[in-house]
Ligand binder design. Structure first.
Ligand SMILES: *Cc1c(COP(=O)(O)O)cnc(C)c1O
Length: 497
């Protein structure tokens, strides 16, 4: 006897919300409505509404109060406008100069929408098919730009932090295998690993230390090398530090050079560091999360000379190729090193079914289910072009230089460096009031007013302000306008204190 099937019980009309051939109309209707709200977001006057954290919390609490309220698309969009779109930070706004968030290109958004809707997961060939090949094509393109050899390879990652993690992991496991015959992937920790040491400049990204900690090696395994007056790693100090660690009985295993430090945009001397890494026969990683994209420029190619000798490279397309978050890659000189992260699972990619024609990118990734983030870069290269991207990057560099020359003799400010990339770090020092408090006051006041977002950082223990310039449509007048706001805010502080 046939039982009545349980599936007949599903009668909810919300079944139409599944994206399939029966819901094309719903898809178009919802997206069109969403697009209208997003374009309205572009009309927000300021980079931020300035709404207080407390008020934002009250609004979200209202949402939580009625968890069973089912909203129409119009009501949901209206609610999210009040809760999010009206208060989201507009990275495209010319008064947003705080962090490494770039304005994004429309072709890249198209790529993201297509990738999200089709929802390809880049894991195995039977899930990714040609998306696998498109990702590999993007990797091959950037490896060629970096002039890496034919053995090179790469994988898209969630960001520079994850790419740097992979670099440290591959460096460590390769060293342990080559010099001690240890297979850390299979057998885990060995005491000798406690002696392993990485070297990077004191201006390197915090993810180097953080990743070393996540790998069980601790912050102490990362030796920070002093920088010179241009914020570049000092190679003489590097050699001294390597020798010192050896004398202490520790084991140098890798150097991380930064191509474009997060704060100062400075480039470590890649060629010299490459040579030192080769002499000690240790891993050479280049963190180009910020500056790596400048390989597409004429102005900065020479600063990246030496990157072609790297064992691995981090490059963040969501920092400096105008891509939506996330889009980032980890590149490796020799594809065989991916063996330190690969795993062969019976249900996904059994080793005995390995087929070069149908690659499983999961074997190169520390993620399993992974977004098709390469597609937005594909649209960008096809529709905007690498050369144009390069010229946008040159433009933001020249903006930083223009700003530097505009305020370098201004008695209101003390400048920390001449921009090598597209940041400028400086400190408000007017009227002899040279304090961390006034600089933080300026930053916080401007942010809360929604008028401008400037970052702050520390140099030699003192608070500085930072402009990160990533918008090629900004003008020097836009920037000088923010400078004027800084002066006015600083003066207002001085009057009240
Ligand atoms: C931003 C940055 C990172 C981290 O990248 P995420 O994409 O934010 O994870 C790493 N290194 C440098 C030099 C960076 O500027």
């Amino acid at each position: 006897m046939l039982l009545e099937t349980q599936t007949n019980l599903v009668t909810d009309q919300k079944i139409d919300q599944f994206f399939d051939s029966e819901s094309k109309y719903t898809y178009e209707k919802y997206l069109q409505k969403a697009i209208n709200y997003v374009t309205n977001f572009l009309n927000n006057e300021n980079f931020y509404s300035g709404e207080s954290p407390n008020n934002l919390r009250l609004k979200t609490d209202l949402l939580k109060a009625n968890p069973n309220d089912i909203l129409s698309i119009d009501d949901a969009l209206e609610e999210i406008k009040a809760l999010y779109l009206d208060h989201a930070i507009a990275f495209h706004h010319s008064n947003y100069v705080a962090h490494l968030n770039c304005p994004i290109l429309i072709p890249a958004i198209v790529g993201d929408l297509v990738a999200s809707s089709v929802n390809t997961a880049i894991e195995t060939w039977d899930q990714g098919t040609s998306a696998t090949l498109i990702e590999q094509e993007m990797i091959r393109w950037i490896c060629t730009e970096m002039r890496l050899p034919n053995t090179s390879d790469g994988v898209f990652t969630s960001g520079g932090t994850q790419s740097n993690f992979m670099a440290l992991l591959l460096a460590r496991d390769d060293y342990a295998f080559k010099h001690f015959g240890l297979n850390l992937k299979e057998h885990g920790w060995s005491d000798v690993v406690s002696k392993f040491r990485f070297f990077c400049s004191e201006k390197a990204h915090f993810s180097i230390k953080k990743n070393a900690a996540l790998m069980g090696m601790g912050y102490d395994s990362v030796i920070a090398i002093a920088t010179d007056d241009k914020m570049k790693m000092r190679s003489d100090t590097l050699v001294q530090a390597i020798e010192k660690e050896k004398q202490l009985g520790n084991i140098p295993i890798g150097i991380i050079a930064t191509a474009g430090t997060t704060d100062f945009g400075s480039f470590d001397p890649l060629q010299t560091i490459a040579k030192i890494a080769r002499e000690y026969d240790i891993w050479f990683h280049v963190d180009g999360a910020y500056g790596g994209s400048y390989i597409l420029t004429e102005t900065h190619q020479h600063l990246l000379s030496g990157i072609e000798q790297a064992d691995s490279i981090t490059i963040d397309f969501h920092k400096t190729m105008f891509q939506p978050v996330c889009s980032s890659a980890f590149l490796v000189r020799d594809t065989k090193h991916f063996k330190y992260v690969s795993y062969f699972a019976d249900y996904l990619n059994p080793l005995e079914h390995r087929d070069e024609e149908c690659p499983n990118l999961i074997e190169k990734s520390i993620q399993t289910t992974r977004r098709f983030d390469a597609l937005k870069l594909w649209f960008t290269l096809k529709m905007t072009g690498a050369k144009t991207i390069g010229s946008f990057l040159e433009k933001v560099h020249y903006l930083a230089l223009d700003l530097y020359y505009s305020i370098k003799d201004d008695p209101y400010f003390e400048i920390a460096h001449k921009p090598e990339l597209s940041t400028l770090v400086f400190r408000y020092t007017a009227l002899g009031i040279d304090s961390d408090t006034v600089n933080l006051y300026i930053k916080n006041t401007l942010f809360k007013s929604g008028r401008a977002s400037v970052a702050s950082t520390k140099l030699d223990g003192k608070v500085y302000l930072k402009f990160t310039l990533l918008n090629p449509k900004s003008t020097i007048d836009d920037l000088l306008n923010i400078i004027q706001m800084i002066k006015d805010t600083g003066s207002a502080y001085n009057m009240h204190n």
